[in-house]
Design a protein around this ligand. Structure first.
Ligand SMILES: Nc1ncnc2c1ncn2[C@@H]1O[C@H](COP(=O)(O)OP(=O)(O)OP(=O)(O)O)[C@@H](O)[C@H]1O
Ligand SMILES: [Mg+2]
Length: 366
C-alpha cells in the first residue's frame, strides 16, 4: 500500500489549446478512497491514466509512495486498473481471466489457484469460475474485473467509471460493495466517475475537476457545506444549488427587491458591485409573508414521493447577472401539499444556509 502524490502534473495533447490536466496538485493518503469527479472532458481519465503510466506527463511529477514514477512504464508502477468496459478476455474462463496477470508474472499454479479462489469468495463469484465472460451478467463481469485487480495485490487500485455499464439499481448496490471491499482491503484507490452521487457516497474525499483544473478536494460533507466556488456549488448536490445574481448594497445584497443581509466580513470581501448568492433547494421555506421573500412562478412540480421539488424563475427585476448565476430556482416543498403549476410561491432563504460567491471570479466569499 502507498500514498499517491500529483505534483503540478500536466498533460498537454498535441494540437490542443489547453492542457487536458493542468498542474494538478493532489495528495492521496495511504489506504484512502479518492474519487475524481467532473463533467465529460474535464480530464478525469487523463489524470488516472497519468498515474497508471498510460499517458505521458509533460510537466510535473507523479509519486507512488516514496517512488517518483513519472518516467516508469505501467508494469513497474504496482497498480491494477479496472476499466469501464472491463476488458475481459472472451476466450478465457473467469478463473483464467482473474489469474492471467499472475501467470504472466510466472507465479506457481497452486498459488494462482488459491489467490483466484480467495478473491472469488470475497466477490461471491466462486460458482462462475469455469464460465466464459459471455455467459455472465454485466454485474458479474464487473466483479470478475474487480477480482482480476484484487488477485494482483497491488499498491494502488485505479478505476475508471467501472459501474457505467450497469443498470441503475445494480449500480447502487455495486457501489456500496466496492466501497466496503476497498475499506476491507485497505488499498489506496483512485476512482473516476462523472456521477456526483456516486462520488459523494463512495469517496473518503472527492476531487472535483473542471477543464483540467482541480476546483476543490475535500470530504463529501465539506464539499456540500462549503463549496469553494460556483462551479463546485452547482456541480455537487441534486437538484443543484440555486445560484442567483444579487446587487451589493450598504450592508448586504439585494435580489429581486429583497434584501439579503451579509456578514460584514463577507460584504467587505466582495469585489465589484455584484455577488452570486447560493442556496440549496432544502434551504428554502414557503411563506405567506410577501414582504422580504422571493416570489417564484411555478413552472414545474416534480413529485418523488418522499420529496417534491418546485421549479420556477425569479421574477422581473433580476436582470443583472453574475458569475455562474441564473434566474432558475428550485425549492424542496412538502410533498403532501405541493403547489400547482402557474402558482406564485413566496420563498424565504434560511439565512444561515446562504452561500456567497464573488460575482466576478465565482470564488467563495462567505
Ligand atoms: N488522445 C487525445 N488526444 C487529444 N485530446 C485528447 C485525447 N484524449 C483526451 N483528450 C482531450 O482531453 C480532455 C480530457 O479528456 P478525458 O478523457 O480525460 O476526460 P474525462 O473527464 O475522462 O471525460 P469523460 O467523462 O467523458 O470520460 C478532453 O477535452 C479530451 O477531448
Ligand atoms: Mg473518462
Amino acid at each position: 500500500m502507498a500514498s499517491i502524490t500529483y505534483d503540478k502534473a500536466t498533460r498537454r495533447y498535441s494540437g490542443t489549446e489547453r492542457p487536458a490536466v493542468d498542474a494538478l496538485d493532489l495528495e492521496i493518503a495511504d489506504g484512502e478512497f479518492l474519487v475524481l469527479v467532473g463533467p465529460s472532458g474535464s480530464g478525469k481519465s487523463t489524470a488516472l491514466r497519468m498515474l497508471a503510466g498510460l499517458e505521458d506527463i509533460d510537466e510535473g511529477a507523479v509519486w507512488i509512495g516514496d517512488r517518483d514514477v513519472t518516467q516508469l512504464p505501467p508494469r513497474s508502477r504496482d497498480i491494477a486498473m479496472v476499466f469501464q468496459n472491463y476488458a475481459l478476455y472472451p476466450h478465457m474462463s473467469v478463473a483464467q481471466n482473474m489469474g492471467f496477470a499472475l501467470k504472466i508474472a510466472g507465479r506457481p499454479a497452486s498459488e494462482i489457484k488459491q489467490k483466484v479462489l480467495d478473491a472469488a469468495k470475497l466477490l461471491d463469484i466462486e460458482q462462475y469460475l469455469d464460465r466464459k465472460p459471455k455467459a455472465l451478467s454485466g454485474g458479474q463481469r464487473q466483479r470478475v474485473a474487480m477480482g482480476r485487480a484484487i488477485v494482483r495485490e497491488p499498491q494502488v487500485f485505479l478505476m475508471d467509471e467501472p459501474l457505467s455499464n450497469l443498470d441503475a439499481k445494480l449500480r447502487v448496490s455495486t457501489r456500496t460493495q466496492i466501497a466496503a471491499l476497498q475499506r476491507r482491503l485497505g488499498v489506496t484507490t483512485v476512482y473516476v466517475t462523472h456521477d456526483q452521487v456516486e462520488a459523494m457516497t463512495m469517496g473518503d474525499r472527492v476531487a472535483v475537476l473542471s477543464d483540467g483544473l482541480l476546483q476543490q478536494c475535500d470530504t463529501p460533507r465539506a464539499l456540500y457545506d462549503r463549496p469553494a466556488n460556483v462551479f463546485v456549488a452547482g456541480f455537487i448536490g441534486s437538484p443543484a444549488m440555486n445560484l442567483v445574481a444579487a446587487k451589493l448594497t450598504a450592508d448586504g445584497a439585494e435580489v429581486g427587491g429583497v434584501q439579503v443581509p451579509l456578514k460584514p466580513e463577507v460584504r467587505s470581501a466582495a469585489d465589484g458591485d455584484m455577488v452570486t448568492i447560493g442556496f440549496r433547494p432544502e434551504s428554502l421555506e414557503v411563506t405567506t409573508d410577501t414582504d422580504g421573500s422571493l416570489p417564484i412562478k411555478v413552472e414545474l412540480v416534480e413529485e418523488l414521493g418522499s420529496d417534491a421539488y418546485v421549479y420556477g424563475k425569479l421574477g422581473a427585476g433580476v436582470e443583472e447577472s453574475a458569475e455562474g448565476s441564473s434566474r432558475n430556482v428550485v425549492a424542496r416543498v412538502d410533498p403532501r401539499t405541493p403547489p400547482g403549476m402557474g402558482d406564485t410561491l413566496h420563498l424565504r432563504i434560511r439565512p444561515d444556509e446562504l452561500h456567497v460567491f464573488s460575482g466576478t471570479s465565482g470564488q467563495r466569499l462567505s
